[in-house]
Design a protein around this ligand. Structure first.
Ligand SMILES: [Zn+2]
Length: 244
């Protein structure tokens, strides 16, 4: 299983981070699936997760994860467990690893290198529209006295503007500069959720040089799981960040 890493975050030796991939064997849409909530054998999922954690060299298995609901609800956590009805996790604890589940939605992982805070955000179009990324930065700054200029963010592989067609009901909620025309006949447009999230990071005070955007599109690159592409047969990937 290949792991997608951020160049910016890789500079910090105390940071453990990565986003899993489906891999390059395309025999099954569930290859390297890390979610128990899809139609996959729990034993295989468990093995896949073990491999993911091993590859990341997660030392302890103190994992905080979410039951995600496409909200803009953010929670600060101090111990492992599954937290219901949130879409962003924040912690100042070492050896507590934040994990979110994705297949097209935008994962954003954030590190405050000055105060040692990490965050993981799940931002689909609804969460993006509700400014979950902007709100997460505000949350970190209020709770931990962080300065946005000290934050580093990685926007991971996600449904991208090359493929992510949305209906007018969706794109009309976003600034037109964040979507592009498909053709003159179609009412649909391609929506650029990565850029909307990047602009939320900038609006909240992050420096452009501290924001990295993955080039990968989960829909057209089969190396990734995509709900849009594989629908109910799709597996899920994990984005993880924590501090040793
Ligand atoms: Zn694409």
């Amino acid at each position: 299983m290949e792991i997608v890493k951020s160049k910016l975050l890789s500079k910090y030796k105390n940071i453990v981070h990565g986003i899993s991939t489906r891999g390059d064997k395309f025999e099954s849409t569930l290859q390297n699936n890390l979610s128990y909530s899809v139609n996959d054998d729990p034993e295989i999922v468990s093995e896949n997760r073990k491999m993911f954690y091993l590859k990341l060299r997660v030392k302890s298995l103190e994992i905080a994860s979410l039951k995600q609901i496409h909200s803009s609800n953010i929670i600060s956590v101090e111990k492992e467990g599954e937290y219901y009805n949130f879409d962003a996790l924040v912690t100042s604890n070492k050896n507590l690893f934040l994990q979110i589940s994705i297949a097209d939605c935008v994962p954003i992982i954030i590190y405050d290198s000055i105060n040692n805070i990490v965050a993981a955000v799940h931002s689909g179009w609804k969460g993006t529209l509700n400014e979950i990324t902007f709100k997460t930065v505000k949350f970190i700054c209020q709770k931990f006295n962080s300065k946005p200029s000290g934050l580093i963010a990685f926007i991971g592989p996600a449904a991208s503007v090359c493929c992510y067609e949305v209906d007018k009901e969706v794109w009309k909620n976003f600034n037109l500069k964040h979507s592009t025309k498909i053709n003159s006949k179609s009412e649909k447009r391609f929506l650029d959720l990565k850029k909307v999230n990047r602009d939320q990071l900038i609006k909240s005070g992050l420096l452009l040089k501290n924001i990295e955007i993955s080039k990968y599109c989960t829909i057209c690159n089969k190396k990734f799981h995509s709900y849009r592409r594989d629908a109910k047969n799709s597996g899920r990937m994990m984005a993880l960040i924590g501090m040793n």
